[in-house]
Design a protein around this ligand. Structure first.
Ligand code: URA
Ligand code: SF4
Length: 186
Protein backbone atom coordinates (compact mmCIF):
# COMPACT_ATOMS: atom_id res chain seq x y z
CA UNK A 1 0.00 0.00 0.00
CA UNK A 2 1.22 3.48 -0.88
CA UNK A 3 0.65 6.60 1.18
CA UNK A 4 0.75 9.08 -1.67
CA UNK A 5 -0.81 9.16 -5.09
CA UNK A 6 2.36 9.96 -7.02
CA UNK A 7 4.08 6.76 -5.86
CA UNK A 8 0.97 4.73 -6.45
CA UNK A 9 0.62 6.19 -9.95
CA UNK A 10 4.22 5.32 -10.76
CA UNK A 11 3.74 1.69 -9.74
CA UNK A 12 0.56 1.55 -11.80
CA UNK A 13 2.28 2.99 -14.88
CA UNK A 14 4.87 0.20 -14.68
CA UNK A 15 2.23 -2.47 -14.01
CA UNK A 16 2.20 -5.77 -15.90
CA UNK A 17 -0.09 -7.68 -13.57
CA UNK A 18 -2.65 -8.59 -16.21
CA UNK A 19 -2.84 -9.16 -19.96
CA UNK A 20 -4.24 -5.68 -20.65
CA UNK A 21 -0.66 -4.37 -20.31
CA UNK A 22 0.17 -5.97 -23.67
CA UNK A 23 -2.42 -4.00 -25.65
CA UNK A 24 -2.56 -0.64 -23.85
CA UNK A 25 -1.02 2.56 -25.15
CA UNK A 26 -1.18 4.35 -21.82
CA UNK A 27 -2.14 3.48 -18.28
CA UNK A 28 -5.10 5.61 -17.23
CA UNK A 29 -4.50 6.09 -13.53
CA UNK A 30 -7.04 8.79 -12.65
CA UNK A 31 -7.24 12.58 -12.35
CA UNK A 32 -8.53 15.25 -10.05
CA UNK A 33 -8.30 16.72 -6.63
CA UNK A 34 -6.30 14.50 -4.29
CA UNK A 35 -8.38 15.77 -1.39
CA UNK A 36 -11.74 15.47 -3.14
CA UNK A 37 -14.89 14.77 -1.13
CA UNK A 38 -16.44 13.21 -4.22
CA UNK A 39 -14.89 10.42 -6.25
CA UNK A 40 -16.34 9.08 -9.53
CA UNK A 41 -15.52 5.52 -10.55
CA UNK A 42 -16.04 4.20 -14.09
CA UNK A 43 -15.29 0.87 -15.71
CA UNK A 44 -12.13 1.19 -17.76
CA UNK A 45 -10.49 3.37 -20.40
CA UNK A 46 -11.85 3.54 -23.93
CA UNK A 47 -9.87 4.40 -27.06
CA UNK A 48 -9.58 8.13 -26.42
CA UNK A 49 -8.60 7.57 -22.81
CA UNK A 50 -6.00 4.98 -23.81
CA UNK A 51 -4.46 7.43 -26.29
CA UNK A 52 -4.44 10.37 -23.88
CA UNK A 53 -3.82 8.59 -20.58
CA UNK A 54 -6.76 10.35 -18.90
CA UNK A 55 -10.15 9.03 -17.82
CA UNK A 56 -13.39 10.21 -19.43
CA UNK A 57 -11.97 12.40 -22.18
CA UNK A 58 -13.96 10.74 -25.01
CA UNK A 59 -17.64 11.06 -25.93
CA UNK A 60 -18.99 9.66 -22.65
CA UNK A 61 -16.68 11.93 -20.69
CA UNK A 62 -17.73 15.00 -22.65
CA UNK A 63 -21.34 14.23 -21.91
CA UNK A 64 -20.48 13.81 -18.24
CA UNK A 65 -18.73 17.20 -18.25
CA UNK A 66 -21.85 18.80 -19.69
CA UNK A 67 -23.94 17.24 -16.93
CA UNK A 68 -21.43 18.56 -14.34
CA UNK A 69 -21.89 22.05 -15.79
CA UNK A 70 -25.68 21.78 -15.61
CA UNK A 71 -25.71 20.91 -11.91
CA UNK A 72 -22.67 22.97 -10.91
CA UNK A 73 -20.17 20.24 -10.06
CA UNK A 74 -16.65 21.52 -10.68
CA UNK A 75 -13.91 19.26 -11.98
CA UNK A 76 -11.51 20.70 -9.40
CA UNK A 77 -13.66 19.41 -6.54
CA UNK A 78 -13.74 15.77 -7.69
CA UNK A 79 -11.46 12.85 -8.48
CA UNK A 80 -12.14 10.40 -11.34
CA UNK A 81 -10.79 6.87 -11.74
CA UNK A 82 -11.73 3.50 -13.22
CA UNK A 83 -11.95 -0.10 -12.03
CA UNK A 84 -9.28 -1.17 -14.55
CA UNK A 85 -6.51 1.21 -15.53
CA UNK A 86 -5.73 -0.23 -18.98
CA UNK A 87 -8.06 -0.41 -21.95
CA UNK A 88 -9.76 -3.71 -22.69
CA UNK A 89 -9.29 -4.34 -26.47
CA UNK A 90 -12.23 -3.25 -28.65
CA UNK A 91 -13.88 -1.83 -25.53
CA UNK A 92 -14.99 -5.25 -24.36
CA UNK A 93 -15.94 -5.58 -20.69
CA UNK A 94 -12.98 -6.09 -18.38
CA UNK A 95 -12.64 -9.78 -17.41
CA UNK A 96 -12.66 -11.12 -13.86
CA UNK A 97 -8.92 -11.84 -13.72
CA UNK A 98 -8.13 -8.32 -14.96
CA UNK A 99 -10.43 -6.71 -12.41
CA UNK A 100 -8.97 -8.85 -9.65
CA UNK A 101 -5.43 -7.89 -10.64
CA UNK A 102 -6.25 -4.18 -10.82
CA UNK A 103 -8.61 -3.51 -7.89
CA UNK A 104 -5.82 -2.97 -5.35
CA UNK A 105 -4.86 0.23 -7.15
CA UNK A 106 -8.38 1.55 -6.86
CA UNK A 107 -8.62 0.53 -3.19
CA UNK A 108 -5.34 2.32 -2.54
CA UNK A 109 -6.59 5.42 -4.37
CA UNK A 110 -9.70 5.49 -2.19
CA UNK A 111 -7.54 5.04 0.94
CA UNK A 112 -5.38 8.03 0.05
CA UNK A 113 -8.13 10.37 -1.19
CA UNK A 114 -10.64 9.45 1.54
CA UNK A 115 -13.74 10.67 -0.29
CA UNK A 116 -17.03 11.12 1.57
CA UNK A 117 -19.03 10.23 -1.51
CA UNK A 118 -18.27 7.65 -4.20
CA UNK A 119 -20.33 7.78 -7.37
CA UNK A 120 -20.42 4.36 -9.03
CA UNK A 121 -20.78 4.77 -12.78
CA UNK A 122 -22.56 1.67 -14.05
CA UNK A 123 -22.66 -2.02 -13.26
CA UNK A 124 -18.94 -2.84 -13.29
CA UNK A 125 -18.10 -0.23 -10.67
CA UNK A 126 -21.17 -1.07 -8.60
CA UNK A 127 -20.68 -4.84 -8.51
CA UNK A 128 -16.95 -4.83 -7.95
CA UNK A 129 -17.05 -2.26 -5.19
CA UNK A 130 -20.28 -3.06 -3.36
CA UNK A 131 -20.90 -6.67 -4.40
CA UNK A 132 -22.26 -8.86 -7.18
CA UNK A 133 -25.69 -8.98 -5.55
CA UNK A 134 -26.38 -5.35 -6.47
CA UNK A 135 -28.29 -4.62 -9.66
CA UNK A 136 -27.77 -1.20 -11.19
CA UNK A 137 -31.39 -0.96 -12.34
CA UNK A 138 -32.55 -1.63 -8.77
CA UNK A 139 -30.23 0.64 -6.79
CA UNK A 140 -29.51 3.48 -9.21
CA UNK A 141 -30.18 6.83 -7.55
CA UNK A 142 -30.16 5.39 -4.02
CA UNK A 143 -27.61 6.24 -1.35
CA UNK A 144 -25.88 3.19 0.12
CA UNK A 145 -23.76 3.76 3.23
CA UNK A 146 -20.87 1.41 3.84
CA UNK A 147 -17.78 1.74 5.99
CA UNK A 148 -18.43 5.45 6.53
CA UNK A 149 -18.67 6.24 2.82
CA UNK A 150 -21.84 7.28 1.00
CA UNK A 151 -22.08 5.42 -2.30
CA UNK A 152 -24.35 6.56 -5.10
CA UNK A 153 -24.79 4.17 -8.02
CA UNK A 154 -25.88 5.78 -11.28
CA UNK A 155 -25.88 5.04 -15.00
CA UNK A 156 -22.58 4.85 -16.80
CA UNK A 157 -22.35 7.96 -19.04
CA UNK A 158 -21.92 5.71 -22.11
CA UNK A 159 -25.40 4.37 -21.40
CA UNK A 160 -26.75 7.91 -21.80
CA UNK A 161 -25.36 7.97 -25.32
CA UNK A 162 -27.34 4.83 -26.17
CA UNK A 163 -30.54 5.82 -24.34
CA UNK A 164 -31.40 9.52 -24.09
CA UNK A 165 -34.07 8.96 -21.43
CA UNK A 166 -31.36 7.99 -18.93
CA UNK A 167 -30.03 11.55 -19.01
CA UNK A 168 -32.87 12.69 -16.78
CA UNK A 169 -31.94 10.11 -14.13
CA UNK A 170 -28.28 10.98 -14.40
CA UNK A 171 -28.91 14.69 -13.83
CA UNK A 172 -31.22 13.87 -10.94
CA UNK A 173 -28.51 11.73 -9.35
CA UNK A 174 -25.85 14.41 -9.76
CA UNK A 175 -28.20 16.92 -8.13
CA UNK A 176 -28.52 14.56 -5.15
CA UNK A 177 -24.77 14.82 -4.65
CA UNK A 178 -24.91 18.61 -4.64
CA UNK A 179 -27.77 18.55 -2.16
CA UNK A 180 -25.97 16.08 0.08
CA UNK A 181 -22.83 18.21 0.08
CA UNK A 182 -24.72 21.40 0.81
CA UNK A 183 -26.54 19.72 3.70
CA UNK A 184 -23.19 18.50 4.98
CA UNK A 185 -21.79 22.02 5.20
CA UNK A 186 -24.68 23.44 7.23
N1 URA B 1 -15.66 4.76 -19.80
C1 URA B 1 -15.16 4.46 -18.58
O1 URA B 1 -15.69 3.66 -17.84
N2 URA B 1 -14.06 5.11 -18.20
C2 URA B 1 -13.44 6.02 -18.95
O2 URA B 1 -12.44 6.56 -18.49
C3 URA B 1 -13.99 6.32 -20.21
C4 URA B 1 -15.09 5.67 -20.61
FE1 SF4 C 1 -1.96 -3.57 -14.23
FE2 SF4 C 1 -4.50 -2.85 -13.99
FE3 SF4 C 1 -3.23 -2.39 -16.26
FE4 SF4 C 1 -3.86 -4.87 -15.60
S1 SF4 C 1 -5.31 -3.20 -16.04
S2 SF4 C 1 -1.87 -4.17 -16.39
S3 SF4 C 1 -3.60 -4.82 -13.37
S4 SF4 C 1 -2.77 -1.47 -14.28
Amino acid sequence: MYENLEELKQSCIDCKKCKLCTTRQNVVFGVGNEKADIMFIGEGPGGDEDRQGEPFVGKAGQLMNKAFDVVGIKREEIYIANVVKCRPPNNRDPEEDEIKACMDYLRNQVMIIKPKIIVLLGRTALQNILGKEYKITAVRGNWIEKRGIMYLPTWHPAALLRDETKKIDFLKDLKMIKQYKEGDMK
